[in-house]
Design a protein around this ligand. Structure first.
Ligand SMILES: Nc1ncnc2c1ncn2[C@@H]1O[C@H](COP(=O)(O)OP(=O)(O)OP(=O)(O)O)[C@@H](O)[C@H]1O
Ligand SMILES: [Mg+2]
Length: 325
């Protein structure tokens, strides 16, 4: 058995299936696990590194934090994850990495700039010269992706320049961001790869419900186990590394053996993937958490600035790794 670790999972509830799986896997390895609802964590900033409270009581700092921040609470949840990091607790999936993954435009920019194949994409804030825009992504049909907040996402296929013009007018008129992407015809080409600690562990093919594009399970899609190809394995591991995620699901479309990555998730749904592949995927995440807790020296952010007067502010308190009040 490994040395026991105090693991904190940031998640809205223990009843979220992925959270429940991680808790069970961690307990099975003898660790003590706490699930904290991020919105009930308070951050007190006082000129030092600050402190964290949970339901008004000072938090005992764990050995490692695993954030599973729901999209609906991203800004607050990321501030909480960041605060743990500033207090010297290793955070698996840092706030910066999660933010990077959740911004589809920046995520694609970063991947593409580092040689990961992505579907040809144009980002624009005005409909401008549609013909030229469409040529850049290889002609119609194209996919238009809405890049709003948690509830304002969606994709649509535009078969003609006219339908694209109408779609862009409507979306831009509402003030939303969007991107226009090469439409990869995809019968059975939509692949999701789980990456943990830099290693691609498992892959599923996602089949949407008839006449639907969306491939999330709650919209009726199905997952099927597939064997990973070398190209998929490499693209997924490299994408997770570039975004900076310890735990990631990398979504890609297989184009004649070339994987084109279109999205990276920082809180992959584990339970559904485990069911599809028939393997325990939570334990490898816990094992990685153990390694990080053991090996990584506390990564501290820069110390608080000196006061303007030149006086040095109160020294940061020693990092408490042991139980506090
Ligand atoms: N370039 C593309 N060509 C063809 N199909 C695509 C392309 N990009 C995405 N898709 C399909 O559309 C679905 C939704 O795209 P994406 O994941 O980028 O959007 P989303 O806003 O995150 O939606 P969802 O919540 O359904 O994942 C994907 O699961 C994939 O099957
Ligand atoms: Mg998606």
């Amino acid at each position: 058995m490994p040395a026991p670790v105090r693991l904190t999972i940031l998640s809205r509830s223990l009843s979220v299936p992925s959270t429940a799986r991680l808790v069970a896997a961690a307990r099975a390895r003898g660790h003590s696990v706490r699930v904290l609802d991020p919105v009930q964590v308070e951050m007190h900033l006082d000129g030092t590194r600050g402190q964290l409270l949970y339901r008004r009581r000072k938090l005992v700092l764990p050995d490692v934090v695993l954030p599973r921040i729901a999209h609906s609470i991203t800004p607050y949840g990321l501030a909480v994850a960041n605060q743990f990091g500033m207090l010297g607790v290793p955070v698996m999936n840092t706030a910066a990495a999660i933010a990077q993954a959740r911004n589809k435009m920046r995520c694609l920019q970063l991947l593409s700039a580092h040689g990961i194949a992505v579907p040809a994409t144009v980002m624009a804030r005005s409909a401008g010269d549609l013909k030229a825009m469409v040529q850049l992504v290889g002609g119609v049909p194209v996919l238009v992706k809405l890049l709003g907040g948690a509830d304002e996402r969606g994709v649509m296929v535009c078969e003609t320049l006219n339908s694209l013009e109408a779609a862009l007018e409507a979306i831009l008129g509402l003030g939303h961001n969007l991107l226009v992407q090469e439409y990869v015809r995809k019968a059975g080409r939509d692949v999701r790869v789980l990456v943990v600690g830099g290693t691609a562990l498992a892959a599923v093919r996602r089949r949407p419900r008839m006449n639907r594009l969306s491939n999330t399970l709650n919209r009726g899609a199905r997952f099927e186990r597939i064997a990973l190809t070398d190209a998929q394995r490499r693209a997924a591991a490299e994408a997770a590394r570039l975004i900076g995620l310890e735990v990631a699901a990398v979504d890609m479309l297989d184009v004649r053996g070339l994987p084109k990555v279109f999205e990276v998730h920082s809180s992959p749904g584990l339970a559904e993937m485990e069911k599809a592949v028939g393997e325990d995927l939570a334990t490898p995440i816990v094992v990685r958490a153990e390694q990080i807790a053991r090996e990584r020296p506390p990564a501290l952010d820069p110390p608080p600035r000196r006061a303007e007067s030149g006086r040095v502010g109160p020294a940061p308190r020693p990092l408490k790794r042991a139980r506090a009040s």
